[in-house]
Every structure is written in structure tokens, then in C-alpha cells.
Design a protein around this ligand. Structure first.
Ligand code: ZN
Length: 193
């Protein structure tokens, strides 16, 4: 239970900090959520024929993980997006990534009373320009250590689905086929110059 169901304003505020820190040119900003050389998990989203579809960056924030999804090159409309439990992306169906990341053994969906998976999000809305972004915080999760660590022995992946997630139907929200996939890799966060 608890803070996974953030109100949108709170989520936006949390991620404003991440966005600012991602844009920062030096490590001198004491307010930054992510410091240079801090560990992050990054997944480059790739679809059929190695088409790039953006990226997902996850860093550790106060009491949880801060997730920033930036997609591009997709057709307009809502798309289900999730963290999946296995860091393996074998096309064309990407079933190799397994089910949604669910270390706390809940049901699927942010609108499911018995939910949600830690890997669940609201839909990614793709605009007319083919881009879309979602920012969220996953309370109680960590990057590499602890009971709810993202980067466990078999890693983790991020998957974009063909259709919208209904946010409540277990186990996957009926969001259709998997059109893009990215494997999370631990990197040192290096702000762009
Ligand atoms: Zn789910």
C-alpha cells in the first residue's frame, strides 16, 4: 500500500528535481537528486529492426526509486509501459522479459485495489510528434540492495506495449503486444556538458 499511488502534483514535483539534476552541468547543486558518478539504471528502448524508441533512467531518491521515461518515434496514443522482471529483450515478442516486476506479490494495476506491481505505471501518452514522457516514484524500492532491488540476479527490463493499460486487469492490464524493450544496465550518472 502506501505511497505508490502518488497524486500527480506530487509526482511532478518529485521529478522536477530529477529533471533539473539531469540537466545540470556540474556537481555543485546541493539540491540535485542525482549526483555525478552516482549509480543509475539506464535502459535504451529498442524495437523491431533495432529502431530506437527513447530511454528510461532510474535513480535512487528519498525512500525509493525515481523513474524518468522518455519515448520517441512512436505512433500517437496511450501505451502501457512497465518494468519487467528479467533483463532480457529477445524480439520480436520480447516475452523473454517475463512478467511485470512484482517483488511484493501484488496484482496488476495502479487502479486495482489489490495492486500494484512495483513495475506498474500510468499510461505513457504519445503525442502527435511521436514523443511522450512519464515521471514517477516507486516507494520502497532500491537500485541494487535490499528486498525490493531492481537489479537482482536476473536484472530487469523496460517494455512498451502496443495498446493502453486498463490499470486494473491482472496480470498485465491487457495492453497488448510488446513493441519496444530495453535492458537496464547500471551506469555512472554523467550529466551532459
Ligand atoms: Zn503490472
Amino acid at each position: 500500500m502506501g505511497g505508490r499511488h502518488l497524486r500527480k502534483s506530487a509526482t511532478t514535483m518529485l521529478v522536477a528535481g530529477l529533471a533539473i539534476s539531469l540537466a545540470a552541468c556540474s556537481g555543485n547543486d546541493a539540491a540535485s537528486e542525482l549526483e555525478p558518478a552516482e549509480s543509475i539504471a539506464r535502459a535504451a528502448l529498442v524495437g523491431a529492426d533495432d529502431t530506437p524508441y527513447g530511454e528510461v533512467i532510474i535513480g535512487e531518491g528519498d525512500g525509493g526509486l525515481i523513474v524518468q521515461i522518455k519515448a520517441e518515434g512512436l505512433t500517437p496514443g496511450p501505451r502501457g509501459v512497465h518494468i519487467h522482471e528479467i533483463g532480457k529483450c529477445e524480439g520480436p515478442d520480447y516475452k523473454s522479459a517475463g512478467g511485470h516486476w512484482n517483488p511484493t506479490e501484488k496484482e496488476h494495476g495502479l487502479e486495482n485495489p489489490k495492486g500494484a506491481h512495483m513495475g506498474d505505471f500510468f499510461n505513457l501518452e504519445i503525442g502527435e510528434d511521436g514523443t511522450g514522457s512519464v515521471e514517477a516514484k516507486i516507494d520502497g524500492a532500491s537500485l541494487k540492495e535490499g528486498a525490493n532491488a531492481l537489479m537482482d540476479a536476473d536484472g530487469a527490463a523496460f517494455v512498451v506495449h502496443a495498446g493502453a493499460d486498463d490499470l486494473k486487469t491482472d496480470p498485465s492490464g491487457e495492453s497488448g503486444g510488446r513493441i519496444a524493450c530495453g535492458i537496464f544496465e547500471i551506469q555512472r550518472f554523467e550529466p551532459a556538458n
